[in-house]
Design a protein. Structure first.
Length: 106
């Protein structure tokens, strides 16, 4: 189930996108590397804002998506097309991002 933030894509900063991706990596047990951060700060934020859609493959079998729908932006992904722990990882991702956004808005 996608994480839905009630923000348009242009309201999401480069730092936010990097942190959201970092939390995705944490939840899905993926090693984030420097090139991932670079991608999010350059091509990733551009795709999300200009096409309202981000589709990123940081490593084999892994996908990270971001998409603006109406006045919200959704994020979701997976670490492997076949993962018996997918639902738990997805829930963890949502919890981590909501905590991050809650701390940020204070």
């Amino acid at each position: 189930m996608p994480l839905e933030l009630h923000l348009k894509s242009e309201e999401i900063s480069e730092d936010d996108l990097v942190n959201i991706f970092r939390l995705f990596c944490e939840a899905f047990k993926i090693d984030m590397v420097e090139s991932d951060e670079h991608y999010m700060r350059t091509r990733g934020i551009t795709l999300l804002r200009s096409r309202s859609e981000l589709d990123y493959r940081p490593c084999l079998g892994t996908k990270f998506f971001g998409q603006e729908i109406g006045n919200s932006t959704r994020f979701h992904g997976y670490s492997s097309p076949v993962d018996s722990e997918w639902k738990d990882k997805d829930k963890k991702f949502q919890e981590l991002v909501l905590q991050y956004m809650s701390k940020k808005s204070r």
